[in-house]
Write a protein of this length. Structure first.
Length: 317
């Protein structure tokens, strides 16, 4: 099943499902779905799929969903839904421009006996989402690696996972907050996860990039935190404010980075102090004990090649 497009511009009542592509084989186990697309501009849909693969050995790759309006409860860039599926969900995307959206999955593997991986899937959010986000998701034994969430505008009402694997690895995943090219103030009611798996080495390569002001309950299972300061960042609040009274734990001081190159210094006098709070838990503490090792080494000088500013980085306690 390849290169098909379904556009839904309106519905009479609610559509149970809408598919850009559907792969099913009643005589065997093979059958892939590649480069199919669902475009929703209006109407009401319960489950929307860029593609759904209902063959045991089939895979889904480069399928896409574009949400420009309407209402959808659950949306999948691609989903493998056959019991015991062995295929992979790779390079599928969901782009949410407008509409009323519940939960979104870039690549989804449904069955707990499935063995394939959900990798390199992406979700881009430009409006409000009421539920949860999963870049790559597998309920089986496979991995959810190298998936990405792009959080550009809007608020998210649930939790956000770049990668989610019931028992496999969730490494190499990325969450991007803002683009740094315009002011933004985003709110995430839940926790932002690089991956759901925790423990020594289980967050390897998971990266949080912050380029806008935002608030979330917490952040978990990231190896690296990158903050990019620009003239679009409001000084009235921290770049990222967290609200979990349990605190924010397992941070690595040496892998917290700040990039000052986009700052122009407009309106700033050279003799005036320039101070920005990049990360704050307003209800609890920031804990830089990483897997039982205290990584905090005190004040650090920030070197950004090509920047006109010299900064130091430290905690306030």
């Amino acid at each position: 099943m390849e290169n098909n497009t379904l556009t839904v511009s309106g519905t009479t009542g609610t559509l149970t499902t809408a598919h850009g592509g559907w792969a099913e084989n009643t005589r065997g186990n093979s059958g892939n779905a590649v480069k199919n697309r669902l475009i929703l501009t209006g109407g009401t849909v319960t489950d929307g799929y860029g593609a759904e693969v209902k063959t045991k050995d089939g895979s889904a790759a480069e399928n896409h969903v574009e949400l420009k309006g309407g209402t959808v409860t659950n949306v999948y860039g691609a989903a493998l839904t056959k019991a015991g599926a062995t295929g992979s969900a790779k390079k599928n995307t969901v782009t949410i421009d407008d509409g009323a959206i519940g939960n979104a999955y870039g690549g989804y593997i449904k069955d707990n006996a499935a063995t394939g991986d959900a990798e390199e899937n992406e979700i881009t959010v430009k409006t409000n989402v009421t539920g949860d986000l999963y870049g790559g998701y597998t309920a089986g034994t496979g991995n959810a690696k190298n998936n990405t969430l792009h959080l550009l505008q809007g608020n998210v009402g649930g939790d956000l996972y770049a990668g989610y694997a019931q028992s496999g690895e969730t490494t190499g995943n990325t969450v991007n907050i803002g683009k740094g090219d315009a002011p933004a103030n985003l709110t995430f009611t839940g926790t932002i996860y690089g991956g759901n798996q925790s423990g020594a080495g289980k967050d390897a390569g998971n990266t949080l990039n912050v380029k806008a002001n935002a608030q979330a309950k917490n952040i978990k299972n990231f190896e690296t935190l990158n903050f990019t300061l620009s003239d679009h960042i409001s000084s009235a609040s921290p770049m990222l404010t967290l609200t979990d009274a349990a605190g924010t734990k397992n941070l690595d001081w040496e892998k917290l980075h700040v990039d000052t190159r986009p700052l122009t210094g407009a309106g700033q006098k050279s003799y005036e102090a320039y101070t920005r709070t990049i990360l704050k838990n307003s209800a609890g503490k920031l804990d830089f004990n990483k897997n039982g090792t205290n990584t905090y080494t005190g004040l650090r000088e920030i070197e950004s090649a090509g920047s006109d500013f010299e900064f130091s980085l430290d905690t306030d306690t």
